[in-house]
Design a protein around this ligand. Structure first.
Ligand code: CP
Length: 313
């Protein structure tokens, strides 16, 4: 594996989950592996967990992290080929990516979708441009269509908390006031499709994710029906895929409540809007795994960086 930009970069998710659990037991075991290596974390968008957990992961491997808010602090980057750069962009990705490659042994990038231009978003033009023009490995810290560090984290968390041979996992849409990306949901779907779980998606009409992502996974438009006998309810809002980037529904009857959850464990990638997406009684209960999930972000990132360092010795 050179780059990590998709759940499909995981060759054996069960083995990766076991490796991540081992790292969690002894986080500093490979502190020499990243000695004198630098990782650049480039953020086009806000972050709390990804920013801190990826730095922590790098530090646990002995690496030196450099962090930059690209949108605020760098020159505006041009991604178009052949563009006459007489507008707001001052530096082309060809130079930017090549230059950062000289300072860093790994480059990690966060770049959200436009949610207005489906074709552009699905082309993953930012992540793929970094991959094309960098001379070092690229790690996605969430792109237009995927959040593979989060998806790996979620697989680890479910594996840690599974008490039956084949748990039932539900991905449930929940309301939100803003148009949000599909990335977290997409990567969660892809991760669950690789796991030994019974997996269904619950969302209102008009909110089906890309059929290329969902494939054969059942999609149920009745939340109560979907939640029956669930062991894990993973909740996330996303905007419409078909009516691309639109908020069609803020129906609070899809908010996650303690009653609906029953005996299931609650998961969410965070940040989460309390009493919009999920009620306080869920987040403040023992059913919630959200803090443990956030902790596992470090070990998912650490495993990915370790594999890249080992592959590029
Ligand atoms: N879950 C997640 O990616 O959190 P941040 O947006 O805070 O990094």
């Amino acid at each position: 594996m050179k780059h990590y930009t998709s759940i499909h970069d995981i060759d054996n998710i069960k083995a990766w989950v076991e490796d991540a659990k081992a790292l969690k037991q002894d986080p500093l075991k490979h502190i020499e592996l990243g000695k004198n290596k630098t990782i650049g974390l480039l953020f086009f968008n806000s972050s709390l967990r990804t920013r801190l957990s990826t730095q922590k992961a790098a530090l646990n491997l002995g690496m030196n992290p450099i962090v930059m808010n690209v949108s605020g602090d760098a020159w505006g980057i041009e991604f178009g080929d052949g563009t006459v750069m007489n507008g707001n962009t001052a530096e082309h990705i060809k130079e930017a990516s090549a230059v950062v490659s000289q300072y860093c042994d790994i480059i990690a990038v966060r770049a959200f979708p436009t949610l207005t231009d489906k074709v552009k978003d699905e082309s993953e033009h930012v992540m793929n441009s970094f991959k094309k023009y960098a001379s070092v490995p690229i790690v996605s810290m969430e792109s237009a269509t995927g959040h593979p560090l989060q998806g790996l984290t979620d697989a680890i968390t479910i594996a840690e908390h599974t008490k039956v041979t084949k748990p039932k996992v539900v991905l449930s849409w929940a309301p939100h006031i803003k148009a949000l990306p599909h990335a977290v949901a997409n990567s969660f779907v892809q991760a669950m499709q690789k796991m030994d779980v019974e997996f269904v998606i619950a969302n209102p009409e008009g909110y089906n994710l890309s059929p290329e992502i969902t494939g054969d996974t059942p999609i149920i438009h009745n939340q109560e029906e979907a939640f029956a006998n669930a062991d894990f309810v993973y909740t996330k809002n996303w905007s419409s895929y078909n009516d691309y980037g639109k908020v069609l529904n803020t129906d609070s009857s899809w908010t996650i409540t303690k009653d609906k959850l029953g005996e299931a464990k609650f998961m969410h990638c965070l940040p989460v809007r309390r009493n919009v997406v999920v009620e306080d009684a869920v987040l403040d209960s023992d059913s919630s795994l959200v803090i443990e999930q956030a902790n596992n972000r470090t070990f998912a990132a650490q495993l990915v960086l370790k594999k890249i360092l080992e592959n590029n010795k």
